[in-house]
Design a protein around this ligand. Structure first.
Ligand SMILES: NC(=O)c1ccc[n+]([C@@H]2O[C@H](COP(=O)([O-])OP(=O)(O)OC[C@H]3O[C@@H](n4cnc5c(N)ncnc54)[C@H](OP(=O)(O)O)[C@@H]3O)[C@@H](O)[C@H]2O)c1
Length: 314
């Protein structure tokens, strides 16, 4: 087993490993080899969500490791997210209990409010989405705070919130968000929002840290109009490739190292054990100032946003 990832210190004094395993769009059948490869490589942070439809498979894979004694619960950092059809204060406890049951855990490390808005009804197979215009993020947050007090989650966080929404929560919170999870990669560097989070002592975790290159294809295969998703691939960017060559590393390792050196956590996803291992090997080299500057100028801002909810009807 290799060394574990360094961790970010959260505002509640807990620690979150800086590299975790992303699992979006990973079907249950591929979860066990993914979790095995990740834990063997040294990952301890696994990111899932109700919407990933794989909490149960992750629960079984983790349970196998826990029962064998190869890992202890305390070593793991498991994050999951609330269903966006349950973005209501009165549904928070029930949703978290369902996730705990699926994951076969008595508590999770981070419960995340997945979106600042909710859906009354959502059926991606049928492409039916009805936005719930009554979502009240502050009352949901208060219900999430109760889950910390009840011991069902150690920390609570937000995903895809902007600075204004984050400020609203921080102002109303008894327990401030420990983490904001946002789409962030070399093409979408989110410098302003990251600075805002740092000033508020909210850790940042990058989703789509490799730029989610297959997302347009995946959305198209699911029948969505993926025209509004930019066709970008940071993994083949010439600047990234030249820095990778300089350090005898791969493009994905350079992309992840850039994020880690900014003091940001990341949850790259791969369904291939060899890539899962590769994505964790980012702690044995350092990008110099020149590399960092060359990567900073690749920022394309909002034009590079892949996760664009406008692809859903309504
Ligand atoms: N909070 C939220 O709202 C939210 C939203 C979106 C995503 N997320 C989380 O963030 C995670 C990551 O985002 P993402 O999955 O969209 O994108 P990503 O991690 O940026 O990219 C994943 C893609 O890159 C490929 N890949 C991974 N490692 C590679 C490597 N070493 N070399 C070449 N290709 C590689 C994967 O293909 P293979 O699988 O074929 O290797 C997959 O197609 C998700 O899985 C999820 O856990 C959270």
């Amino acid at each position: 087993m290799t060394d574990r990832a360094p961790a970010l210190k959260l505002n509640n004094n807990r620690e979150m490993p800086i590299i975790g395993l992303g699992t979006f769009m990973a079907a249950s059948e591929v979860i066990e080899p993914m979790v095995d490869a990740a834990l063997e490589a040294g990952y301890r942070f696994i990111d899932t969500g109700y919407w990933h439809c794989n909490e149960e498979a992750i629960g079984s894979a983790l349970n196998k490791w826990l029962r064998s004694g190869r890992i202890t619960r305390e070593e793991l950092f498991i994050a999951t997210k609330m269903p966006s059809t349950a973005n209501r204060a009165e549904l928070v406890e029930e949703s978290l209990k369902k996730s705990l049951e699926a994951l076969q855990l008595s508590y999770i490390d981070m419960y995340i409010l997945h979106f600042p808005f909710g859906y009354e009804y959502l059926d991606l197979q049928q492409r039916l989405c009805v936005v719930d215009n009554t979502t009240d993020i502050v009352s949901i947050w208060k219900a999430m705070e109760q889950q910390v007090e009840a011991g069902r989650t150690l920390s609570i966080g937000l995903a895809s919130f902007n600075a204004r929404q984050l400020k609203r929560i921080v102002k109303a919170a008894r327990i401030p968000p420990a983490v904001l999870m946002i789409e962030l990669n070399v093409y979408l560097q989110q410098k302003e929002l990251v600075g805002f989070c740092k000033a508020l002592d909210v850790a940042v975790c990058a989703y789509a840290p490799l730029g989610s290159p297959d997302l347009p294809l995946l959305m198209k295969m699911m029948g969505f109009d993926s025209e509004s998703i930019p066709a970008l691939n940071a993994l083949s960017d010439p600047v990234v490739l030249s820095i990778a060559e300089k350090h005898s590393k791969t493009a994905s390792q350079v992309l992840l190292r850039h994020i880690v050196q900014r003091g940001i956590a990341a949850v790259p996803k791969s369904m291939h054990p060899s890539r899962i291992k590769e994505n964790f090997q980012v702690f044995d080299f350092e990008l110099d100032d020149d590399d960092m500057d060359r990567l900073y100028v690749l920022d394309k801002g909002r034009r590079a946003r892949m996760y664009n909810t406008s692809i859903f009807p309504e």
